[in-house]
Design a protein around this ligand. Structure first.
Ligand code: ACO
Length: 311
């Protein structure tokens, strides 16, 4: 029976069909999805912090309304993704516990500082731009609930990316001091956004299997190359300089090749030694604790509703 089920699973994957929660699936496939989707959900939730930091200081009412909408979108993305992960048999409580205990990964990118308003532009343009590049192919991921969640997330991410680009464009066309602020933010976010795609292909232990299962459709380096290629004309439109002076298009492979990437910095951030790792986790833990009464009230309300429905 197990053999039959495995054959059926393989046939679905081969035919580019979707695996759904009730279908049989190999344990390792289930574990990989729980790992990736929960990490992705945690990234969205932790990712609210660097920008929420600027809501009270946004330079105008319009900017504040846009930023609030964007940060709320990130919360929504986290919720769709936690729901997708729950279909695989892990509970929301377990995932939250792993995150606040510091046992779960979330994207390296959210461990950097946001000292200026231009950082809101750089995050939208570079971080959300990288996220779209990585996530559009995930709309075709073989696991149904993940792929479907990604469709809406990608639509919202493209609004986020445009709003970031527009913030930078306005600053770049402003006073010399505003332009310097935009360039400084781009200089600080450029390399970390390149690292978001994960380790180089020959150092990416999960890629081969995830690609065979059609969870990932492109390798980390392929997506990274596509991303930097997209940035080139956008740097020109902004009138800002690309911090990577060695970036070049390689005719032979048809790929953009970046200058050397500081993988030691990436590893340090993954190991919890980035500039903001401990603060991000502390803040998440405190928010969880101070929200305890809301969860209790909601659970009690649900219990009363159920009791009423019984009579
Ligand atoms: N930040 C933190 N950890 C990372 C990052 C990163 N930028 N990139 C890779 N890693 C981790 C992987 O999670 C993996 O760790 P684990 O085995 O302990 O889980 C390890 O480094 C090795 O990497 P890979 O073998 O390449 O891992 P994987 O095949 O999962 O590829 C990738 C990594 C590309 C990030 C993939 O998981 C993915 O596409 N995830 C969905 C997108 C996502 O999570 N985006 C979050 C940021 S975007 C946003 O929220 C706005």
């Amino acid at each position: 029976d197990e053999l039959d089920a495995q054959q059926q699973f393989d046939a679905l994957i081969d035919a580019d069909q979707r695996i759904e929660p009730r279908d049989w699936m190999p344990d390792a496939y289930r574990r990989t999805l729980i790992r990736q989707i929960s990490q992705h959900a945690h990234s969205e939730i932790i990712g609210m912090q660097p920008e929420a930091n600027w809501i009270t200081r946004a330079p105008s009412l319009k900017r504040k309304a846009i930023l609030m909408a964007k940060v709320q979108d990130e919360a929504g993305h986290g919720l769709y993704l936690y729901s997708a992960a729950q279909t695989l048999g892990i509970t929301r409580d377990e995932m939250t516990e792993q995150l606040i205990a510091g046992r779960a990964r979330y994207s390296s990118i959210f461990n950097y500082l946001t000292p200026t308003w231009a950082d809101m532009g750089a995050i939208g343009w570079l971080v959300d731009g990288a996220a779209i590049c990585n996530q559009v192919p995930l709309c075709r991921a073989s696991y149904g609930p993940y792929g479907r969640a990604m469709v809406r997330i990608c639509k919202e991410e493209s609004f986020h990316q445009r709003q970031g680009f527009e913030i930078l464009l306005e600053l770049a066309q402003g006073t010399p001091a505003q332009k310097r602020m935009a360039q400084d933010a781009v200089n600080r976010w450029y390399w970390p956004s390149i690292m978001m795609f994960g380790p180089p292909d020959d150092d990416s232990p999960n890629s081969a299997q995830s690609m065979a299962w059609k969870i990932k459709r492109f390798s980390n380096d392929e997506l990274r190359s596509r991303f930097v290629g997209m940035l080139v004309p956008q740097f020109e439109a902004l009138g800002l300089e690309c911090p990577d002076k060695d970036l070049r298009f390689d005719e032979e492979s048809g790929r953009w090749i970046t200058g050397p990437i500081d993988w030691d910095e990436f590893q340090a951030v993954l190991d919890g030694r980035g500039p903001m790792n401990s603060q991000r986790l502390r803040h998440r833990r405190e928010a969880h604790e101070s929200g305890a009464w809301v969860r209790e009230a909601a659970a009690e309300y649900a219990r009363k509703q159920q009791e009423k429905a019984r009579f």
